[in-house]
Ligand binder design. Structure first.
Ligand code: BTN
Length: 259
């Protein structure tokens, strides 16, 4: 990352802390430390390579040099605990807005916060709260975006088909322009968008709506139904086979389409 981009990002998130690593274990781990050190709102950790990148549900996330965007944006103010479900949608809606402006590909959000391009996953997001007892000290939005073909892991079995941004743009993408635009979009939503509007946009972008899907809960139980949408409380609503509606929070499930 050259100095021009470092300056642009520093000015954008000011007074947030900003650090770029050529290589680090996980940007979310650095972000957790920064929260405990009392960093300002909108602090940002970014890495060209992650050697211990983490995904949801204790999965690994691979970030090879020169191929992806891997960053953690830290929120430190106005962190009502009841708003936690909405922070999950915030990153995905921000990334999705930017990708929609770059491509004619179908951009969707797979519950809760993966971003799909033409039905394949190009973006994963890991939202983590940092707690002292019952107090929420900070929220970390960890975002991984596959940008070039090299970013898609070839040696591991993927749970969901993957793709990368350049595959749908038809041209080389400057990762740091993309980073700047995504951070701007997330900040803009956070500072100007009501929770109702955020949920509305999250819901409009939702993949597999009206389709038969199944979810796996924490006990590995499979529950099938029709995907209805996102509730006002930021939960996934499904109509089960017995006709009843059930709501699921983002930390209790994994969603899969039936095909
Ligand atoms: C997922 O799809 O399971 C979520 C992947 C989240 C990856 C990002 S990359 C930046 C940040 N640091 C990490 O270790 N993970 C997140």
């Amino acid at each position: 990352m050259d100095d021009l981009y470092k300056t642009r990002i520093t000015e954008l998130i000011n007074p947030g802390w900003f650090k770029y690593f050529d290589s680090i274990g996980s940007t979310n781990d650095v972000a957790q430390k920064w929260v405990s050190e009392g960093c300002p709102d909108f602090s940002l950790v970014i890495a060209d390579e992650q050697t211990k990148g983490r995904g949801r549900n204790t999965r690994k996330w691979f970030t090879l040099p020169d191929s992806s965007l891997a960053f953690s944006l830290i929120l430190m103010s106005n962190l009502e605990i009841t708003n936690l479900p909405y922070f999950t949608g915030l990153g995905a809606v921000g990334v999705s807005r930017v990708l929609q402006g770059m491509t004619d590909a179908k951009v969707e959000i797979k519950w809760p916060n993966d971003v799909l391009l033409n039905g394949k996953k190009a973006v994963g997001i890991l939202v983590e709260g940092v707690w002292s007892g019952n107090a929420l000290n900070g929220v970390i939005i960890g975002v991984g975006i596959n940008v070039t073909a090299n970013s898609v892991p070839k040696t591991v079995e993927l749970l969901f088909p993957a793709t990368y941004v350049e595959s749908v743009c038809g041209e080389a993408i400057n990762r740091f322009d993309l980073l700047f635009n995504v951070i701007s979009a997330i900040m803009n939503i956070r500072l100007t968008c009501s929770i109702d509007d955020l949920i509305k946009e999250w819901d409009e972008q939702l993949a597999f709506k009206g389709e038969n899907v199944y979810i796996l809960n924490r006990d590995g139980e499979q529950i099938s139904g029709i995907l209805i949408g996102i509730s006002e409380q930021g939960k996934l609503t499904m109509q089960l086979e017995n006709g009843e509606y059930q709501h699921f929070s983002s930390n209790e499930i994994r969603l899969r389409p039936f095909s």
